[in-house]
Design a protein. Sequence first.
Length: 276
Amino acid sequence: MAFARTNGIDTYYERRGEGPAVVFVHGAILDHGQWDRQAEALCDDYTTVSYDVRGHGRTGGSDLATYSMELFADDLAALVSELGLDRPVICGLSTGGCVAQAYAMRYPDGLSGLVLADTFSPVVFDRLERFQRLVVPRLTIPFVRLVGYERVEKVMVWFQERLSGTAAGGDYGNVERLRERGPRMATDEFAKVIRAVSRFTDSSVVLGDIDVPTLVLYGENELPFVRRHAAAFGDGIPTATVRAVPDAGHASNLDNPAFFEDALREFLDGLRTVAK
């Protein structure tokens, strides 16, 4: 087990392989294990680092009253510095993709590429999206205090799928199995993370200012607003390539890992070729 002192906390991380660095940022209420398969698949040719974001997994919580994507980005920058990584590719999924965007804005010289998977920008396109992103998650907090986030999230996945007419939950058993392996998240930390996700709408991310090569991936069964953001990334980030992951929902790297890994490796190999 490895920890690094970063921005006032002890961050748990796992490092594999040698070569150009890729840092994986997991989604909310998960941990570094979300990226185990991708890290293992790439470590023959790349240095892969996956870690537990503040409030999650073995990193655990902190005494701060509130969290934000900018705080998480500063934590990530401290980890990159502590591990001596030279301009890594940052790969984030869902909330991890929000952290990746904040990092790209705050540390534009601290990365060589960006992967945004199943995520969204600060922009809210319509009332339904506002309800799904801002209202519903906050309403879950009191229920989580009563029955735990596992039960509440199952209901949320069911509700979001019915609301959108999609299969965005994908194979939810993958998420459940990940949670069984790692430490439970404290309820107060859950609340701080959910509020941080909601406040991402106030972030100063400007897509046109992201000038590193960017790969955008999204599950073909994603929620409509996430698919809309994938298209917006393609339009707004000058260097972006957008690809749909077949037979996948919101956790596309878990639902169709083979396609996800092939797309990621193609992107990384392309960066390596250009660098030469």
